[in-house]
Design a protein around this ligand. Structure first.
Ligand code: GSH
Length: 206
């Protein structure tokens, strides 16, 4: 038994954001496999008892059930006192990047990978649109990281763990990361943190 239970599955970069935080905080945690590809998140049982939004990640801890990766990261920063804000300005800066991540970076990358790589759908105007949005957002993160190793500067925070959620899936990403050299260096910096694991090495898959 561990204190932290994370409902997740290996292919979920959103769940990985929380799993990575748990890993680098060095806390004991237990993954609970959610069978997304067989429709578990759509079931009444899941929506009724686990998450009405029908999504992973879900974190259970100390009698609380938390959903939305950004909320989970914020909660974990508070209870572990690691990788969080040290001032009100930092708190807002973290929120700014996590909101950008959820809307502009993770959203098109996750949808594009789902369609092209996981569902093997042919390229069309939807995938073209999503790729344009994903590459545009990656360009923003790349420019921001041109003069700093982490999103807030010298130290990693939950903003980094949110933004990197989908970026360690390598060949599963249906675009090349090569032009984003600052992003690649930043990913190396996160990978070097003690406790770091690849998504498929810390979350179960069928
Ligand atoms: N904004 C949410 C996104 C969560 C999300 O989209 N999770 C996906 C897996 S990566 C999911 O569970 N989808 C289930 C579904 O759409 O049925 C977060 O950051 O937690």
């Amino acid at each position: 038994m561990t204190d932290f239970k994370l409902y997740c599955f290996g292919e979920s970069g959103n769940a990985y954001k929380a799993a990575l935080m748990l890993q680098v905080c060095g806390v004991a945690w237990e993954p609970v496999f959610v069978d997304f590809f067989n429709g578990e998140t759509k079931t009444e049982a899941y929506r009724g008892k686990i998450n009405i939004m029908g999504e992973v990640p879900v974190l259970m801890h100390a009698g609380k059930t938390l959903t939305q990766s950004g909320v989970i990261l914020d909660y974990l920063a508070e209870v572990t006192r690691k990788f969080g804000a040290k001032s009100e300005d930092e708190r807002r800066e973290i929120m700014r990047w996590m909101l950008f991540d959820n809307h502009k970076l993770t959203s098109p990358i996750a949808s594009l990978r789902y369609l092209v790589t996981l569902m093997k759908k042919p390229e069309n105007e939807v995938t073209e649109y999503l790729r344009g949005r994903a590459l545009g957002a990656l360009g923003v993160v790349n420019a921001h990281l041109a003069d700093k190793p982490f999103i807030l500067g010298k130290r990693p925070t939950i903003a980094d763990f949110s933004l990197c959620g989908y970026l360690y899936y390598g060949e599963e990403l249906p675009f090349t990361m090569a032009p984003f050299t600052h992003v690649l260096n930043w990913l190396d910096g996160i990978r070097a943190l003690p406790g770091w694991k690849h998504p498929y090495d810390c979350m179960p898959r069928k």
